[in-house]
Design a protein around this ligand. Structure first.
Ligand code: HEC
Ligand code: HEC
Length: 357
C-alpha cells in the first residue's frame, strides 16, 4: 500500500508505518493467519513479533496469560491505556479484535481464565499504606506507573519492563477485582513483578491493595470525540510542475520563519531522498530545538519527527502531502502531546500553503 496516496484503511496503520521508520529493529514476518497478521500490523511493534515485549509489556509469558481473560484483553484493546503508550483501538472492527484474541490464544498453555466480577470489599486505607511500602518504588507514588510510558528508545535487551500504571482508567475498566487479586498473589513470573509471598503479604493485605487500586477508578471513561474530524494526512494540490513544486516546498521550509520555532534557528540541512518512482520526492527537514523540546514533552513525539513532506505526481496531478500530527496525537490519546502536535500541524499547514501560492 502506498501510504502517501491513500488515506489508510486501517486508522492505525499510518502511525505504525511512522513508528517503523523510527525503530529499525522492526522486522517483517510472514503471518499464518488473519489474527497473526492483524497482530503483526497493530501490536507487534510494541509487544514484539512473538509477544516477547519491548515498548509494550510481554504478552506471551505464561505469567501474563494465566492472569488475562479474553474479556480483559478485549477491553484492553478497546480502551487502551490513556496517557500511557498503549493506544485505544476503539474503531477496530469487532471481528478483527476477535481474530487478535484468537491469535493470542495460540500462545496459551492452559485455557484462558474467566474472572468473577464480584467486587472485593476491603480496607483501601490499609491498602494505601501497604502500597507505599511494597509497590510504590516500581509503580510510582500515585500508582501512575514507571517513568517513560513504557517507552525507552535506548533500552538494551534484558532491561526491566516498565511497570504499568495502576491508576489507569484503561486498566481499571478492563480488570476485575478477582484478576487484580490473582496478579498480586502470583506476581508475574519472569518479569520484575513479585508475588505476594515474596513481598510477605497476607490474603487480607492483597484484598486491601485491590481496594486501594480500585479507588482510582472514575465513574466514566471518555474518548476524544473529535477523532473523525482529523484526516490522517494533509494533502494539498500544487498548480506547479513536479520540479517546481519540490523547489517551492524547499523555499517554503527555509522561508517559514513565522512558525513557533523561529527563534531557535538551525532550520537547515535538506536531505532529499528520491524513491524508485522518479515522480515522488520526500523532503526531510528538521529544526533541532523544536525536536529537542518535543522529545522532552514525550519521547513519542519522535514518531512524527523529523518532519517530511512528500511531493508526488500522479495522473498529471502534482500533490504535496504530509502526515497530520493532530491525527496521530489522537491515536495516543495523550494530552501532553497535543500542544506539540498542534505546533507541528501549523508548521506543516503553512509550508504546504506557502508552497502552493
Ligand atoms: C505503541 C505501543 C503499543 C501498541 C501498538 C500496542 N500496545 Fe499494548 N501496551 C503497550 C504498553 C506500553 C502497555 C503497558 C501499559 C502501561 O505502561 O501502563 C501495554 C499493555 C497492554 C496489555 C495489558 C498487559 C497486562 O499486563 O495486562 C495488553 C493485553 C495489550 N497491551 C495488548 C495489545 C494488543 C493486543 C495490541 C494490538 C491490537 C497492542 N497492545 C498494541 C504498548 C502498546
Ligand atoms: C520490582 C518492581 C515491582 C514491584 C515491587 C511491584 N510491581 Fe507490579 N508490576 C511490575 C512490572 C514490571 C509489571 C509488568 C509485568 C508484566 O510484564 O507482565 C507489573 C504488573 C503489575 C500489575 C498488572 C498491571 C497490568 O497493567 O497488567 C499489577 C496489578 C501490579 N503489578 C500490582 C502491583 C502491586 C499491588 C504491587 C505491590 C504489592 C506491585 N505490583 C509491586 C513491577 C513491580
Amino acid at each position: 500500500m502506498n501510504t502517501y496516496t491513500t488515506i489508510p484503511r486501517h486508522y492505525f496503520q499510518l502511525a505504525l508505518i511512522l513508528i517503523c521508520t523510527c525503530f529499525s529493529s522492526f522486522q517483517l514476518s510472514i503471518a499464518e493467519s488473519k489474527g497473526e497478521s492483524l497482530y503483526l500490523e497493530n501490536c507487534a511493534i510494541c509487544h514484539g513479533n512473538d509477544g516477547q515485549g519491548g515498548m509494550g509489556i510481554p504478552l506471551s509469558l505464561d505469567g501474563f496469560l494465566k492472569s488475562a481473560s479474553n474479556d480483559y484483553i478485549k477491553k484492553t484493546i478497546r480502551l487502551g491505556r490513556p496517557n500511557r503508550i498503549m493506544p485505544s483501538f476503539y474503531r477496530m472492527p469487532e471481528s478483527d479484535v476477535n481474530e487478535i484474541i484468537h491469535f493470542l490464544d495460540s500462545w496459551r498453555k492452559a485455557p484462558a481464565p474467566l474472572w468473577d466480577i464480584k467486587p472485593i470489599v476491603a480496607d483501601k486505607h490499609a491498602g494505601k499504606i501497604l502500597y507505599k511500602n511494597k509497590c510504590a518504588t516500581c509503580h510510582g507514588n500515585n500508582a501512575q506507573g514507571g517513568k517513560g510510558s513504557g517507552l525507552h528508545f535506548s533500552r538494551s535487551d534484558g532491561l526491566a519492563i516498565t511497570p504499568p500504571a495502576l491508576n489507569n482508567q484503561g486498566l481499571l475498566n478492563s480488570a476485575t477485582d478477582s484478576m487484580l487479586h490473582y496478579i498480586i498473589t502470583h506476581g508475574r513470573k519472569d518479569t520484575p513483578m513479585p508475588s505476594a509471598k515474596a513481598l510477605g503479604l497476607s490474603d487480607k493485605n492483597i484484598n486491601d491493595l485491590v481496594s486501594y487500586i480500585r479507588s482510582f477508578q472514575l465513574k466514566s471513561i471518555t474518548h476524544k470525540s473529535n477523532y473523525h474530524e482529523e484526516p490522517a494526512s494533509l494533502i494539498v494540490d500544487s498548480p506547479y510542475s513536479f520540479d517546481e513544486t519540490v523547489e517551492n516546498v524547499k523555499r517554503a521550509i527555509t522561508g517559514s520563519n513565522f512558525v513557533h520555532i523561529r527563534d531557535q534557528a538551525l532550520t537547515h540541512g535538506f536531505n532529499i531522498e528520491t524513491t524508485n518512482s522518479p515522480k515522488q520526492t520526500i523532503i526531510y527537514f528538521c529544526n533541532f530545538s523544536f525536536l529537542y523540546d518535543a522529545l522532552k514533552i514525550d519521547p513519542r513525539a519522535g514518531m512524527f519527527l523529523p518532519c517530511r513532506i512528500t511531493v508526488i505526481e500522479q495522473n498529471n496531478r502534482v500533490q504535496m502531502m504530509s502526515i497530520n500530527p493532530k491525527h496521530l496525537t489522537q491515536l495516543f490519546n495523550n494530552d501532553a502531546l497535543d500542544e506539540s502536535c498542534d505546533q507541528m500541524h501549523d508548521v506543516y499547514s503553512s509550508i504546504l500553503e506557502d508552497a502552493s501560492l
